[in-house]
Design a protein around this ligand. Structure first.
Ligand SMILES: Nc1ncnc2c1ncn2[C@@H]1O[C@H](COP(=O)(O)OP(=O)(O)O)[C@@H](O)[C@H]1O
Ligand SMILES: [Mg+2]
Length: 327
């Protein structure tokens, strides 16, 4: 397995108390595989990814428990310099906002070339040629002519392609894309997502795609992990989840996708708000918002049940996964 996160916990020590942002996350992604991580804002998707990348703010962040195995080696046990090597060469991250991730005073060619100068000891000239090659690879038109331009001279979609090029530069084995298309308009979103999926297949990389948009993952993901209040509440191959969710929260997310055939109708929204992480409700964290909640949901934290009716590995942290699956 390329990456395996086991029982990961992350907390933030704040003036108001301890915010439990990640509460025992387990997920894995193999070479050539795409895992989509889904959930409302604040569910711990980015914090989990930052822990994997080794870019978490510690302090205030803390990892009291868990393992992050990269090809079997626990990254949490590495010294910072070893960790930095893995982060630079073996895994890369793509963020939502290219404009704040790219350096405004360096040309795109200089920034892409820098990767090859620093990590591969290339000459400036060779690095520039590599930069053009990468820009071609992410299909930026007229790469040779534009390599000397600055980030602000590119459109949002083109800038996101440059971010993808930066991430691909050292041919990482794992890419984490954190809401990579959220800031783009819809048609450009699809193009960038298609490009990312294509490159991932071509280079046989593992991809963790973080998004709050179930609509975009259907075509590109192999499996889905749904997060709520720092836990994974459902995990399944992508087609299984679309057929029938085994958790009421997933059902709520699915029902909130805008559908072309229901134009004009009011969009369904899950009622209520995600919990305060300083005071996660007892029992199932979703219970105050759940249309199926019973007494047991208010007292007992549901374990991650194996969905035994599924022919493929699948799990749900709902006491009533069966009812949900058949509902
Ligand atoms: N540096 C930080 N200090 C304190 N709390 C943080 C910090 N970073 C994230 N958090 C908290 O962790 C929770 C999960 O955040 P995040 O993983 O970013 O959610 P999302 O699922 O939207 O990516 C949020 O409630 C957020 O406020
Ligand atoms: Mg986030």
């Amino acid at each position: 397995m390329l990456l395996e996160v086991r029982d990961l916990h992350v907390e933030f020590h704040t003036r108001d108390g301890v915010a439990k942002a990640v509460n025992g996350v387990n997920y894995s992604v193999d070479a050539g595989e795409t895992l989509a991580v889904l959930g409302e804002s604040g569910s711990g998707k980015s914090v989990t990814a930052q822990a994997v990348m080794g870019i978490l703010d510690i302090p205030p962040g803390k990892i009291p428990q868990g393992e992050i195995l990269f090809k079997g080696e626990d990254l949490l046990k590495l010294k910072e310099d070893e960790r930095r090597k893995v982060r630079g060469a073996k895994m890369a991250m793509i963020f939502q906002d290219a404009l704040s991730s790219l350096n405004p005073v360096l040309s795109v060619g200089e920034q892409l070339g820098e990767m090859f100068i620093v990590h591969k000891g290339m000459s400036k000239k060779d690095a520039r040629a590599k930069a053009v090659e990468l820009m071609d690879r992410v299909r930026i038109p007229a790469a040779k002519e534009r390599v000397g331009q600055y980030p602000h001279q590119f459109s949002g979609g083109m800038r996101q392609r440059i971010m993808i090029a930066m991430a691909l530069a050292l041919e990482p084995e794992l890419i984490i894309a954190d809401e990579p298309t959220t800031a783009l308009d819809v048609t450009v979103q699809a193009q960038v997502m298609d490009l990312l999926a294509e490159l991932q297949r071509e280079l046989n990389m593992g991809l963790i795609l973080i998004t709050h948009d179930l609509g975009v993952v259907a075509d590109v993901a192999d499996k889905i992990a749904v997060m709520y209040a720092g836990r994974i509440v459902e995990q399944a191959p992508v087609h299984e989840i679309y057929k029938a969710p085994a958790h009421p929260y997933t059902r709520g997310l699915l029902d909130s996708i805008p559908r072309l055939d229901q134009k004009g109708q009011e969009l369904y929204a899950i009622k209520g708000l995600p919990p305060n992480l300083l005071a996660i409700p007892p029992g199932c964290a979703f219970n105050p918002r759940c249309p199926m909640a019973q007494d047991v949901c208010r007292t007992d934290v549901p374990p991650l049940y194996e969905v035994t009716e599924s022919p493929v590995p699948r799990s749900s942290a709902c006491h009533f996964w069966k009812e949900c699956l058949h509902g």
